[in-house]
Write a protein that binds this ligand. Structure first.
Ligand SMILES: Nc1ncnc2c1ncn2[C@@H]1O[C@H](COP(=O)(O)OP(=O)(O)OP(=O)(O)O)[C@@H](O)[C@H]1O
Length: 234
């Protein structure tokens, strides 16, 4: 059953059209990927889904309470330098009527509640932003480039965290630049370019659809992405 339905979504900023006629639906419990190059319209799309931006036209329907049941991790989230990790979690938990146990969440993401935001590495900040997105026990988690800027090992750890989130029944919308990430984690992936959905399928379906020939061993989603976005077929 679809928990998110987006139909003919359009978002303009002045004369610039960032998202143009985007339609897709996300099934409850799946990890749905949105991939595309810089400026493709990925963040604008998920911010419209999360209710953070108002669509210019089109329909966005979310089968969950936006304030209580949707957790959002935004790109480049910043907190005051001196706030402690535990204080941030405690504050965010107070926004929800059924918050998760934030100490357990911090254990899961491997963060010390006494650390201040200023002393966290890039990877630790990303893990904090994931914990903040999950502290309300959401039914839907929207994660916007959660692993950008992480080293390969930290990225893999984060993939494990995302898999565990899904195992708890949370629907995940994952915006990413990394095709390997989308291929490993996502049930279905929408490829966006120029504010439009070029293709939407399972990772293996996209590879097949793009008709890419394996270079060494087998064709990957990365090959499919390059083929689709280099020669978009409308
Ligand atoms: N507030 C805004 N005002 C004007 N233009 C904007 C605004 N936000 C985004 N844009 C433009 O809209 C287009 C889509 O941006 P968006 O951030 O949705 O893309 P993206 O696919 O998430 O890119 P990235 O991977 O670089 O984050 C870009 O051309 C961007 O410059």
């Amino acid at each position: 059953m679809a928990i998110i339905t987006v139909e003919h979504l359009r978002k303009t900023y002045g004369a610039h059209t960032a998202v143009d006629d985007v339609s897709f639906s996300v099934e409850e419990g799946e990890i749905f990927g949105i991939v595309g190059r810089n400026g493709a319209g990925k963040s604008t799309t998920v911010e419209c889904v999360a209710g953070l931006r108002v669509p210019t036209s089109g329909r966005v329907e979310v089968g969950a309470d936006l304030k209580e049941e949707v957790g959002v991790q935004l790109q480049d989230c910043r907190l005051p330098d001196k706030i402690r990790v535990g204080e941030a979690l405690d504050l965010y938990a107070s926004f929800y009527s059924r918050p998760a146990d934030w100490r357990a969440l911090l254990d899961e993401v491997g963060l010390d509640p006494r650390r201040t935001f200023a002393t966290l590495s890039g990877g630790q900040r990303q893990r904090l932003s994931l914990a903040l997105a999950l502290v309300g026990s959401p039914r839907i988690a929207i994660l916007d480039e959660l692993t950008t800027g992480l080293d390969p090992l930290a990225r893999r750890d984060t993939w494990e965290l995302i898999t565990r989130v899904r195992e708890r029944g949370v629907t995940v919308v994952l915006v990413t630049h990394f095709m390997e990430e989308a291929e490993r984690l996502c049930d279905r992936v929408a490829v966006i370019a120029g504010g439009r959905v070029l293709a939407l399928d399972t990772p293996s379906g996209l590879v097949e659809r793009a008709g890419v020939t394996p270079q060494v061993t087998r064709a990957t989603l990365d090959d499919a992405f390059l083929a689709l976005t280099d020669h978009p077929s409308d």
